[in-house]
Design a protein around this ligand. Structure first.
Ligand code: BG6
Length: 501
């Protein structure tokens, strides 16, 4: 995340994308590079080399990418930018274990240096299935491509999932550390590419009014919702081995919690920011085995009441007996002076009624009600909502007097919508991340200790849930807000999930 006032184009480089024939490349990476070039943030001295197992000629790969990028940008496509991209797009068909493929890659990169003056600066983007992460990295290393010589740089970008539990993440970190330096590794969490997620820092630390009340004295609890309407779509194979907990919590949701709960960093540079984030993750109270059932809920969707949405177990490439969770709710506590006893409730799931990601800060009620002789019997809590997606903005709910001769209160709101101020730009959410790799700014990337701490938080849930059949799955209808037990997680503490309409 560039902190300077003037945004400059990145320097020369080649981006090699592993798994380039997959979904991520066509839906997000190439369109993001298109957007970055349109904003003049990618220089002429740039090229992309796709590396994948799909049998395609270079020409066929270009044609595919051209079609996809046109589909993404639609009628407003700037054909000169598309041609610019296509002129510097190359393809290598190889298996990830095939040494010869990496030698051809090296040759291709050297050719790019000559044709496009890319100066030996390479990023290697692992957009493959996770089982190939280490294999591909080892081969890149074997052909000497991680060596940074004569002022050139070499960087590795790793997609999620980074491991499948604490041990495997730790092992992967360890194995990568044998091959390259930590400052060469960029672990992606695409939530950090979202403008509204980055805006949490601006809201908290660029304004004087929020920080003084951003603590246990004024905040009752925090609710984080990451709800999706979609089911598992074409990803049943992956999802059935992952589940909602692994897929969403140690990464995306904990990023949201760490940005919401962190202390002010001493500067906006990468390590000061990440140091404060990791402290939050390390302060999350480890759930005791015996507390998992009362502090966390798992769910799986059945079919919808009208039968139009199939049950999870009927989705393609999902086991008909699957006990994989498609919904998680949990209560976490951050054990430090700022947050002691303030619950952070999280919920995430597939096939919920609305696609919405938000962080709702529920403030404590006014300490004393002066309205005793009136119709007002109970004051509500003020709620500040950071709307992450799809409606990006911030809203604040508070009480106001309803006009009339008696004192009655009604909830009203202040609302800031990003689109009112800054318009709506077509963005994938990956632009900043790709640009940051090119300019070597790791602020929005996960450090090794952050990933491990994230997995550490969910370890007790993994231990309690996997291998032990969950009771009564499926336990929520597709199109509902999840299992009843998720509501009870809050109601038994006198709280309720915010109604999201
Ligand atoms: C991905 C998960 O990391 O994030 C998906 O693997 C999920 O299962 C997606 O759908 C959600 O991302 P977004 O940006 O649509 O909220």
């Amino acid at each position: 995340m560039a902190e300077t006032k003037e945004i400059k184009p990145a320097g020369p480089s080649v981006m090699a994308i592993f798994g380039a024939a997959g979904d991520l490349t066509k839906r997000l990476l190439i369109p993001s590079l298109y957007n970055l070039r349109k904003q003049k943030l990618v220089p002429d001295e740039f090229a992309i080399v796709g590396f994948a197992r799909t049998a395609l000629s270079e020409e066929e790969f270009r044609e595919r990418m051209e079609e996809d990028v046109k589909k993404f940008v639609g009628a407003d496509a700037d054909t000169s930018v598309i041609s610019w991209l296509m002129e510097r797009l190359y393809y290598i068909k190889a298996e990830f274990h095939d040494e010869d493929g990496y030698r051809r890659l090296k040759q291709k990169l050297e050719e790019c240096d000559k044709t496009h003056q890319t100066k030996g600066n390479y990023s290697f983007y692992l957009a493959t299935a996770p089982e190939f992460f280490l294999e591909a990295t080892q081969h890149i290393n074997k052909v000497g491509l991680f060596q940074q010589c004569d002022g050139c740089w070499r960087r590795l970008v790793v997609e999620k999932p980074f491991g499948h539990d604490w041990e495997s993440a730790r092992q992967l970190n360890h194995d990568l550390a044998d091959l390259l330096r930590e400052d060469q590794i960029f672990r992606i969490d695409h939530y950090l590419g979202k403008e509204t997620v980055q805006n949490i820092l601006a809201l908290r630390f660029a304004n004087g009014i929020f920080e003084p009340i951003w603590n246990r004295r004024y905040i009752d609890h925090v609710q984080i919702t990451v709800a999706e309407t979609v089911g598992v779509e074409t990803r049943g194979g992956y999802y059935d081995t992952a589940g909602a907990l692994r897929d969403m919590v140690p990464n995306h949701i904990l990023q949201l919690i760490s940005l919401t709960a962190m202390e002010p960093p001493i500067s906006f540079a990468a390590d000061p920011v990440r140091n404060e984030q990791v402290k939050v993750l390390q302060a999350i109270r480890p759930m005791k085995a015996e507390d998992v059932s009362s502090n966390a809920v798992r769910g799986q969707y059945g079919s919808s009441s009208d039968g139009k949405m199939p049950a999870y177990r009927s989705e393609s490439r999902v086991s008909p007996q699957s006990i994989t969770e498609t919904f998680v709710a949990a209560k976490l506590l951050v054990d430090n002076w700022r947050w002691a006893d303030v619950p952070f409730y999280l919920r995430t799931g597939k096939r919920l009624p609305k696609r919405v990601t938000e962080i709702a800060i529920h403030f404590k009620r006014a300490p004393f009600s002066v309205f005793r002789q009136t119709d007002v019997d109970r004051l509500r809590r003020n709620v500040l909502v950071l709307h992450i997606q799809p409606d990006e903005g911030i809203s604040l709910g508070f009480e106001a007097k309803i006009p009339g001769p008696v004192m009655r209160l009604g909830e009203v709101g202040l609302k800031f919508a990003y689109s009112d101020y800054f318009g709506k730009e077509a963005r994938t959410g990956y632009e900043t991340l790709l640009y940051d790799v090119m300019i070597n700014d790791p602020t929005l990337f996960q450090r090794a200790d952050m990933v491990e701490s994230g997995w550490g938080v969910v370890t007790p849930l993994q231990k309690a849930w996997y291998g032990v059949p969950a009771p009564e799955l499926p336990n929520y209808e597709a199109g509902s807000w999840g299992p009843q037990a998720a509501d009870e997680l809050l109601t038994r503490e006198g709280r309720h999930w915010r109604k999201i309409e």
